[in-house]
Design a protein around this ligand. Structure first.
Ligand code: NOJ
Length: 792
């Protein structure tokens, strides 16, 4: 018997059919592959796992376990069950298989106390420091494991990628760039899994807006239609952008050996991404050769047979979580198996994919401790929920260091920073102080009432929030420092107390304004402006003090035109979402204990109109459609291809020192791939049966000298321009850390075959374009001081 959801889906598809003419609006419609009519498991059959290159014995063990299971046990295993964690797999006790605990999120364990609140992924990205990103992954992963979590629901590896600057969840991911997101995804997955927990790369794929992401049960603010009537936003993405942008980070996560992938809420080219045979069966399990389990996002599964046949392996939260996301899978699969719509082979494969990463992780021999807390909101603040404190002392230092090294200095007139020892310091803004409601009143997801000003904004809201064990506010840290320096420190936490500003600020030697822009899961940002009319606050402070410094805590680009050129605004820092050590980190930067070395992981334009148009679709229709018409021209690529001058470009960030670039060179090399834990099957032109698209085939080197007089770090960046293809592509970065004054160091950029390739939609493979590939090196996406080229 078809489930309700199946018939609803059929109705939805029938509704879509009459507008099929609208489905492919582009001149080059062949670029959109595949269309609604051919996206099925018949066209793209599910490849069965075989363990790939790294998991052969785990796969064999999983296969043997599954062969001993009854059908009921198998469907229970792959369907979410009620339990303490936000997601639980089904246990098969007679075979020694426990229920696996799946828990959020990408910046720490949520919603549990006794854990750290790490900097957001975007803040980690702003460090451009692979080693720190790995360490963050490891430290975070260890806390998951120590809290009893088997599978962490992170990192965000390119869904969202930041196509829209207003995207509500961009802060959870890394860079608005495929390559750099891939680097961060790889390091984070390696770090997390080295610590013992399994990681989940999410949200696959094309998940670029919150609006209309999952109108299933009317639980989100954008819901206007009755339950189930509206389909999720369809991300209509051409095949080139799918490969060159949106898959890239997932390819790196798969290569790093990620255990699980979470499919996203949205549709891709008008098929639910969790039932999308093309993107799951063909791309993820075929091209990327992913051997682990695909789990649905919580409510991303809207049906039974077509979802498991379309490549979904684990229906989450299944029959758990109070059943608010529908009655899918479990016993519902049995009739489909009986009538042959779903083969038992497919169910076996899904069960094997669920178990293999777990077996490979060694958790069967070294299981995490029992879960003592409860993620269900109705329990986690009660006595049923107690928690261990799993924090390590050194993690505080790591978090602080990421905060310091992500701080991105945007403006610094006449060396306003570092501060020295000001006699009088004025601190202004709610973002400088604590949350007046405390740290636990946000429902475990930073969901405070609208009137609450958050206090210093250390992380965005939703499942990407983690409860901080404490927050070091900027006020606390600066006040403490001020005492040591014999300064006077005055603070105003009210964002509209202009009279108090007029009294307090004029006599200060420096006025530091702390401002923020809140962003969270489930909603896109309404504008790119700061919250609480901070533009006015900044200008009023600046009118009273000619040494006004602005610190912004935000989860994406902020429009700064209202005050950036005000001569009294002498310095500006984008401090991102730095986690629990926010104040300690920014204070160390402001006072020059460390020179800032963060660089923007996104572009700041002069106005929203500078970015690609219409990247958030909010028209209330039954089948909302987002056409990714800018194709691969996202963020700096849009700016560079369209000759739009950004206010602060991708990759930009000042230092207390200066750097000179010289002596670029390029050589062909051949260093076989040694970094793929699992190997992908991405098709490429030069394949000879033994080589890999991840072999390093060229290396660019350049000299960077610290020409200033303080020790400082610099991230040199390499951008490629391909013949006949618009825009530049980031294809390498090297953070040269702690360079002494006068010191010269070599930046190196190993280039893998894939880094020199583009995707051919016609030939369905990666190829190195004929002609000259320009390779430019510099300090940001527009400050490219050196150039060389490679010919093919
Ligand atoms: C929905 C979010 O999109 C996802 O990231 C999260 O892991 C699940 N909810 C579970 O909380």
């Amino acid at each position: 018997m078809p489930s309700t959801a199946l018939s609803l889906l059929t109705v939805a598809l029938a509704l879509v059919s009459p507008i099929l003419g609208d489905v492919l609006p582009r001149a080059d419609s062949s670029a959109f592959l595949p269309t609604l009519s051919n996206n099925s498991a018949a066209a793209w059959p599910p490849p069965y796992a075989n363990g790939g290159y790294a998991w052969t014995s785990a796969f064999t063990r999983a296969q043997s376990l599954v062969s001993q299971m009854t059908l009921e046990e198998k469907v229970t295993l792959i369907t979410g069950q009620p339990g303490r964690c936000v997601g639980m797999t089904g246990a098969v006790p007679r075979l020694g298989i426990p229920a696996l605990c799946l828990e959020d999120g990408p910046a720490g364990v949520r919603p549990v106390q006794g854990v750290s609140q790490f900097p957001a992924g975007q803040a980690a990205a702003a460090t451009w420091d692979r080693e720190l990103i790995y360490k963050r992954g490891y430290a975070m992963g260890k806390e998951f494991y120590d809290q009893g979590v088997n599978v962490a629901l992170g990192p965000v590896t390119g869904g969202p990628l930041g196509r829209s600057p207003r995207g509500g969840r961009n802060f959870e991911g890394f860079f608005d760039d495929a390559y750099a997101t891939g680097e961060a995804a790889y390091m984070t997955v390696r770090g997390m899994q080295d610590s013992g927990v399994l990681a989940t790369a999410k949200h696959y794929i094309g998940y670029e807006q919150e609006t209309y992401r999952d109108p299933f049960n009317q639980s989100e603010s954008y819901d206007v239609f009755p339950v189930n009537e509206q389909t999720p936003i369809s991300s209509n993405i051409d095949n080139k952008a799918l490969h060159e942008l949106y898959m890239w980070g997932f390819a790196e996560a798969v290569r790093a050996g990620v255990g699980y992938v979470m499919c996203s809420y949205n549709e891709v080219n008008q098929t639910h991404s969790c039932a999308n045979a093309y993107t799951l069966n063909n791309l993820l399990k075929g091209e990327l050769n992913f051997q682990g389990g695909v789990m649905s996002d919580w409510g991303g599964d809207w049906g039974d047979a077509e979802f498991i046949n379309g490549g979904l392996d684990m229906s989450m939260p299944g029959v758990g979580f109070g059943g608010i996301f529908g009655p899918f899978w479990g016993q519902n699969l049995l009739p489909y198996i009986a009538n042959g719509t779903v083969t038992e082979g497919r169910v076996d494969d899904a069960a094997i994919r669920t178990l293999t990463p777990w077996i490979f992780s060694n958790q069967p021999a070294y299981p995490p401790p029992a879960v003592t807390w409860n993620a269900d909101p109705q329990y986690y603040e009660t006595e049923d929920a107690y928690w261990r404190d799993v924090r390590q002392v050194e993690t505080m230092t790591l978090i602080r260091q990421i905060g310091e090294d992500s701080a991105t200095l945007l403006k610094n007139t006449n060396n306003a920073l570092p501060l020295g020892a000001p006699k009088v310091i004025a601190i202004v803004g709610s973002d400088a102080g604590p949350n007046e409601l405390g740290e636990l009143d946000g429902g475990g997801s930073n969901a405070y009432p609208g009137w609450n000003l958050n206090g210093t904004l250390t992380l965005g809201g939703g499942s990407g929030w983690a409860i901080p064990p404490y927050v070091v506010t900027p006020y606390e840290a600066i006040n403490y420092r001020g005492r040591a320096l014999n300064s006077q420190v005055y603070a105003i936490f009210n964002d509209t107390a202009y009279d108090a500003v007029n009294v307090t600020v004029p006599s200060a030697n420096v006025a530091i304004v702390f401002v923020s822009a809140f962003t969270r899961e489930g909603e896109d940002r309404a504008t790119l402006y700061l919250d609480n009319d901070a533009d006015t606050l900044i200008n009023i402070v600046a009118a009273n003090n000619n040494n006004t410094i602005v610190v912004m805590n935000a989860g994406g680009p902020i429009l700064v035109e209202a005050w950036i050129d005000n001569p009294n605004v002498t310095a500006v820092i984008a401090a991102h979402f730095p986690g629990q050590e926010a104040g300690a980190a920014i204070t160390n930067v402001l006072f020059g204990d460390v020179s800032p070395s963060g660089k923007l992981p996104y572009t700041i334009g002069y106005s929203l109109d500078d970015y690609a148009p219409d990247t958030i679709v909010a028209t209330p229709v039954l089948q909302p459609q987002a056409y990714f018409n800018e194709s691969t021209l996202v963020d700096y690529r849009w700016f560079s291809a369209n000759n739009i001058t950004p206010r602060f470009e991708f990759g930009y960030g000042l230092s207390y020192s200066t750097f000179a670039y010289s002596n670029i060179s390029v050589e062909s090399v051949f260093w076989p791939d040694t970094t793929s834990v699992q190997q992908t099957h991405e098709p490429f032109e030069a394949w000879d049966g033994t080589n890999s698209i991840y072999d390093i085939v060229a290396q660019v080197m350049a000299q960077v000298q610290n020409t200033g007089d303080v020790r400082a770090s610099e991230t040199a960046q390499l951008y490629a321009t391909f013949p006949g293809s618009p825009g530049i592509w980031l294809r390498g970065f090297d953070k040269l850390k702690g360079m002494a004054p006068g010191e010269t160091r070599a930046a190196s950029f190993p280039l893998r075959r894939k880094d020199l390739s583009l995707w051919s939609t016609e030939r369905q493979l990666w190829y190195v374009p004929e002609g000259e590939i320009q390779l430019q090196v510099g300090a940001s996406s527009t400050k490219l001081y050196l150039a060389t080229s490679l010919s093919h």
